[in-house]
Design a protein around this ligand. Structure first.
Ligand code: C2O
Ligand code: CU
Length: 460
């Protein structure tokens, strides 16, 4: 099935009644966390049964939430699962009470319970939502979906395609294996799956030469870093983690730590009878994830340069003169990284930490510390040099606002909400602390987060 731009825009117009009136008179839309089953493994791999999942509205990915920049949307989470849950709106600048972090911004929603999320959509872009409770298990079972905030004037493309990159650990019967807290995973690179998959929305099967495509990549894997490439197209990287780049950039391989996103706009260069291919690069081999047939030539012909996306109302850094620096050092994990550390206010030996399932530390402390890493006053500029003193990569995610990398030459990188810090590497992030509240800063390799890699900061 293909949905073209025109149909999509008609749909948006039809829904664009005043959100204030709509909110006042109608019940909020629901988002039900519940069990379901999906056909995950394609027929060509053999005759596999459906996979049992936990999904929003029972599907994986959950329903695509799509609205226009400036709208305020509501979703009432209803929990039908046998565990508590919550929803975090990854990358959205939301009021703190809507951030979905149990024990910090709300109580976890128990079985049968509800929670109303009210989300002002300040910035256009590609975001996602996922469970933030027992997330190593709940995200692995499928509790995530994509949230797209459309620009007031979206760029002119023929297809706007969401590409969800996921990584499943499946049994021979195509069921999610229930070894969620496996210590060997937690001490190493995390819970790696055995079935990497790219889910497209809409589920397009063919394109035409010279068509312009916008592809929105989202890595929802709990732990896997994905390096993907496209062939049969030519274009530019236009946004990262939802935020427009000031200037579109060339790209060849796109690397995504868990939770990272990118938008590209590309023109199909492959000719009729050929294909557009999406591949993932793993250990010197490329594996095909998706293939689109090229059926004919688009009538309008080539369209010229790819313009930058309209910018979002979020200030970028200009200088760091009055910035405060608070370093963060990561230690732990297997292969010599594991040391002693504090946990719940006590100094523990290496073995005692392992017994607690805590094998990673930030500044010598495992798990969520009682005191924040820092307290910023509103508007203050904070720099956090992050030193990875382990032999594993970590995808560091800050809630509540985007940050920029401070590059070695003093310039600033693009706005991001997650940054992949490679083994033994140091990277520095900086941001304007202008969203009040308590915000997590954690590794988005969810196994590492569960095993210690989390802290928080307060903006007052
Ligand atoms: Cu996408 Cu704290 O998470
Ligand atoms: Cu990590």
């Amino acid at each position: 099935m293909t949905v073209d731009r025109r149909q999509f825009l008609t749909g948006v117009t039809a829904l664009a009644v005043s959100p204030i009136i709509a909110g006042a008179t109608s019940a909020p839309m629901t988002l039900e966390a519940k069990q379901g089953h999906i056909k995950l493994i394609p027929e060509e791999f053999g005759d596999y049964p459906q996979t049992n999942v936990w999904g929003f509205d029972g599907g994986v990915p959950g329903p695509l939430i799509r609205a226009r920049q400036g709208d305020v949307i509501e979703r009432k989470l209803i929990n039908h699962l046998p565990q508590d849950t919550s929803v975090h709106w990854h990358g959205l600048r939301v009021p703190n009470a809507m951030d979905g972090v149990p024990g910090m911004t709300q109580d976890a929603v128990p079985t049968g319970g509800e929670f109303l999320y009210k989300l002002p959509l300040q910035d256009a872009g590609t975001y996602w939502y996922h469970s933030h409770n027992q997330s190593t298990e709940q995200v692995a079972r499928g509790l995530y979906g994509v949230l797209v905030v459309d620009e007031e004037t979206p760029p002119d493309v023929d297809h706007d395609i969401i590409v969800v990159l996921d990584d499943w650990r499946l049994s021979q019967e195509a069921q999610v294996t229930e070894d969620f807290g496996a210590m060997h995973d937690w001490t190493h690179a995390g819970r790696m799956g055995n079935f990497v998959h790219a889910h497209l929305t809409p589920q397009l099967v063919s394109v035409q030469t010279s068509q312009r495509l916008r592809l929105r990549f989202v890595n929802v894997a709990t732990d896997r870093v994905m390096a993907v490439s496209l062939s049969g197209v030519q274009g530019k990287l236009v946004a990262r983690d939802g935020m427009p780049l000031e200037q579109p950039e060339d790209f060849s391989v796109l690397t995504f730590g868990p939770a990272e996103r990118a938008d590209v706009i590309v023109d199909v260069t492959a000719e009729q009878g050929d294909t557009v291919q999406l591949a993932i690069h793993e250990r010197d081999t490329d594996y095909l994830l998706q293939e689109l047939k090229v059926g004919g030539r688009h009538s309008s012909g080539p369209r010229g340069a790819i313009p930058p996306l309209p910018d979002n109302p979020l200030s970028r850094l200009t200088d760091l003169t009055n910035a405060r620096t608070v370093p963060l050092k990561m230690e732990g994990g297997a292969m010599g990284g594991l040391r002693q550390g504090r946990y719940k206010g006590r100094q523990l030996s290496t073995q005692e930490l392992v017994d607690e399932g805590q094998i990673w530390t930030f500044n010598g402390e495992a798990g969520l510390p009682e005191a924040p890493l820092l307290t910023a006053s509103r508007g203050e500029i904070i720099r956090i040099p992050i030193q990875n003193d382990t032999v594993f990569p970590h995808a560091m995610h800050l809630h509540g606002t985007h940050f920029q990398e401070v590059l070695p030459d003093g310039r600033f990188g693009p706005l991001k909400d997650t940054i992949l810090v490679n083994p033994r590497e140091s990277r520095e992030i900086a941001f304007i602390a202008d969203n009040p509240g308590d915000w997590l800063l954690h590794c988005h390799m969810l196994s590492h987060q569960a095993a210690g890699m989390k802290t928080w900061l307060r903006v007052s």
